[in-house]
Every structure is written in C-alpha cells, then in structure tokens.
Design a protein around this ligand. Structure first.
Ligand code: PA5
Length: 445
C-alpha cells in the first residue's frame, strides 16, 4: 500500500489544498475523459487492466528462453526506453544483481550514452559468454542506441551465425514505423510493441520494461496487479486521492518559491527509481519556463555530501522522502562485542532497519528546522506488487501535476534542440546549413 503524508507541513494547510478543488477537478477530467493537452498519450491510464495478454505471454516465453540460453542480456535503450527497467530491477533484485549466483542472466544496460569506453568494458564482460540482446527504441532511430546496436551486432556476428544471432535479438519498438521495425522484419527478430498512446517515460509497464524485468526473475504479473490495484484505489478515492494530493502539494510548494523537489530514499536500491522519477517529472513538467526541477538523493550516503546544503543552503527546495513503513524482511542486526572499542554496544541487537528509520526521522526534524520541508510517501512492503502500485502512483500524480501547471505533460519539445546541433556538427545529411553557423559560434568555446 502507498500512502502520502503532508499533514505535518508548516507552510501548507488543508485550506490551501482545498483551494485547488476546481483545478484538480479539471485535471482529473482531462485524464479520465482524455480531453486535455497530449490526450493521445494517455494509454498508460488503463494499461494495468487493458494490456495485450498474448504479448504478455510471449514476453514470459522470451524471458524463459533468454534465461535458458544466455549468461548475459544486453539491454539497449535510453531515457524512457531504459530507466524504468533498470529502476525496477535494481529496486527488487539489488544494486549487485549481476554479481549474484542465480539462474537468470546478468543484465547490462547500454546504448544510453556516447561513451565508447563504457561500451567496450561491457563487451569485454561478454567474452566467452552466451549473450542475448533486447534493443528498445520507439522511434527506432535514437542515435545512442542505434550506434550501440550496430557495434553489438558486429561484435556478436563474429560468434554466432546470422540465423542464431537473429534468434538472440529481441526488438521492442513501434508497431509499424521506424528503422528498428524494418530491421526486425528483414532479419526475423522477435518483436514487442510499444503502444502508440504511451510515451517513453510512461512505458515501464509495457514490453519496454517488462521483458528485461522478467529476465531478471521478477514476477511481472505481480507488478501489473499492483499497478491495477493502485489505479482502482486512486480513482475510487475520487479527487482527494493521495496521488492528486501529492500533485497539489508540490505545486503549492512551487508557488511558495521552492523550485526544486528532491526525491529522497534511505535505500541504495532506490537510486534508479530516483533517475526514473527525474525523467518522469522533469520531461513532463519542465516546459514554458515552468516546473519544479526534480533531483534525487540516497540517504544516509548523501547526507555526507549534500546534507549540509539540504539543512542550510539556499532555501529553494523541499524533500519527498520515499520510505518503507514496515520492518525490512531481509536485514541484519548489530552484533555485541565485549571490547566495545567502537562504542557501538548501545546498538547491539538492533536491526539496521530501525537505525535507518531513526536516521530518517532525525533528518526530517533537522531539515524541517533548517527550513526544508519534507513530504512522505510510504510503501509497506518491498515487492513487485507494491512497486507496481508506486509506479502507478507517480504516473498519475505526474499527469495531474502537469495539468495543474497548465502544460502538456506528455510532450517533450525541448529535447530536440541539442539533437539538431549535434547532427549538424556530426555532418548528418540534411543538416549542412546549420553546420557553418554552429562552427562559427564554437570558435571561442
Ligand atoms: O520519454 C521519452 O520520450 C524519451 O526519453 C525517449 O524514451 C528516449 O528519447 C528514447 O527514445 P526512443 O525510444 O525513440 O529510442
């Protein structure tokens, strides 16, 4: 179960939240009736109850085959075609998943940068191992992923016959358009479809996320069931549901001059959920010179780096702490030591979960005192079902929050600008005109 708490905030009252009644009603209508800006990208709303069962079964079969015949799965993709799968796998299987002894393949995420050294390092890890590839791109033309895919194909072609190589490549892409769809048809790759009405950052519960997640041995039925349960719970709670409350409170804080939301967790395996959150909210809201800047930290580690700023720095931010509300099921306790040289015997027998909780509560009070307010999102269990709930909670609150801000939460016009410059500087055909002007501008840089 996911709960949202803001009742302890000093700067936000129930009356402030109530004042959003008509705005949240409009946002809700835009989402439910598909009547707002970007309404052709609302496929994620009903996805947990309305997904392609036949394809879902094929995902499981493909995952079984990959588990049987592969030591390594290379997942090629960037942005929405990357972050969700990695976030789910790291949260549920741990940051050190690849180092575990297990009957599922190691999973490496590539094609999410232009860094050749990193790709080379991953290919070295593939030496002598059986490898499968899941290449993910809705457009089928994203440069980072396309370059990585080309390099991987060349590398694996030295090892496998063309037919075997094709049988090891799984493409997740558009139903009919794009270079990757065409290559899949020509080479006979097994394909999975990214629905037209679901944008990259809302696609973790489509085959984009589900195939890698299933390959990591995670129960994708439970993940979908959690999302479906949260969908039901939120919509049946009406306009006062927690996802909408969260959307309202973060907008209220923005109106009070808090321009940065820092998503904080006390669990290192949450780090990539923070990355996923940043894309979800950053790309959905950061437009028309509006929006909260989404940041993320993992405590207590980051208390030793950013803690000073959070306590005492520019008063531009608030925190949203995501925390496990019940004791962790896998945990350690502090052992007793006769000598007590480190002075830790006062904690002997204490579960680390409890110590972590006290750190969280102590930090919350300290930060509140320093002027940094904290919103609380609690999840009661760390499992696939609850993570499905959390994903849906954030997706719905993000859409509502974007509509409260009066932006289209489902487009991303700003991400094209750097690409145009990069293509021109790289000499991509069709960009010749811009190149000379850009090179002139670069003279002093
Ligand atoms: O959310 C988005 O739309 C982006 O982050 C895309 O997912 C990302 O740019 C990758 O695009 P594609 O899947 O077309 O390769």
């Amino acid at each position: 179960m996911i709960t949202f708490q803001y009742s302890h905030l000093r700067s936000v009252t129930e009356a402030d939240v109530k004042a959003f009644d008509s705005r949240i009603a409009r946002a809700d209508e835009a989402i439910r009736n598909r009547s707002g800006a970007g309404n052709d990208f609302l496929g994620w709303v009903d996805l947990p109850v309305n997904y392609d069962r036949e394809e879902f079964a094929r995902i499981k079969e493909a995952a079984q085959k990959i588990k049987r015949d592969s030591d390594i799965l290379l997942v090629i993709g960037i942005g929405g075609s990357y972050l969700g799968a990695r976030a789910v796998i790291e949260f549920l299987q741990g940051v050190y998943y690849n180092g575990k002894r297990k009957n599922t393949p190691d999973i490496y995420f590539i094609g999410n940068s232009f860094n050749g050294e990193e790709l080379k390092n991953v290919l070295e890890l593939c030496e002598g191992k059986d490898v499968s590839v899941n290449v993910i791109s809705k457009s089928g033309t994203t440069t980072e992923s396309a370059i990585a895919f080309r390099i991987v194909r060349e590398y694996l072609a030295k090892r496998y016959t063309p037919a075997e190589l094709s049988s090891r490549i799984y493409a997740t892409t558009d139903r009919s358009r794009g270079a990757l769809r065409q290559m899949s048809t020509e080479n006979g790759y097994e394909t999975f479809v990214i629905p037209d009405d679901i944008g990259g950052r809302f696609s973790v519960l489509t085959p984009v996320g589900l195939l890698p997640i299933a390959c990591a041995g995670i129960d994708i039925d439970a993940l979908m069931a959690g999302a479906a349960a949260e969908r039901e719970a939120l919509f049946s709670a009406g306009l006062s549901n927690d996802a909408y409350r969260y959307a309202i409170v973060r907008n209220l804080l923005l109106e009070r001059g808090k321009a940065v939301e820092v998503l904080a967790s006390y669990d290192p395996s949450f780090r990539f959920l923070g990355e996923w959150f940043k894309q979800l909210f950053g790309e959905s809201e950061g437009k028309q010179k509006k929006g909260l800047f989404p940041a993320s930290v993992v405590y207590s580690s980051d208390l030793h780096s950013l803690g000073q700023f959070m306590q005492d720095g520019s008063p531009i931010l608030f925190e949203t702490v995501c925390t496990l509300s019940k004791p962790a099921t896998r945990d350690l306790t502090v052992p007793f030591e006769e000598a007590n040289a480190d002075g830790l015997n006062y904690l002997a027998g204490e579960a680390m979960y409890k110590i972590n909780k006290k750190a969280m509560l102590g930090t919350l009070l300290a930060h509140e005192q320093g002027g940094t307010e904290t919103l609380l999102i609690r999840y009661d269990v760390k499992d696939a079902r609850t993570l499905g709930e959390l994903i849906y909670f954030f997706e719905l609150s993000c859409a509502a929050s974007g509509y409260l801000l009066e932006v289209n939460p489902f487009d991303q016009p700003g991400v094209e600008a750097y690409k145009k410059n990069m293509f021109a500087l790289l000499g991509k055909p069709g960009y010749e005109e811009q190149r000379a002007s850009l090179e002139e501008q670069l003279k002093n840089i």
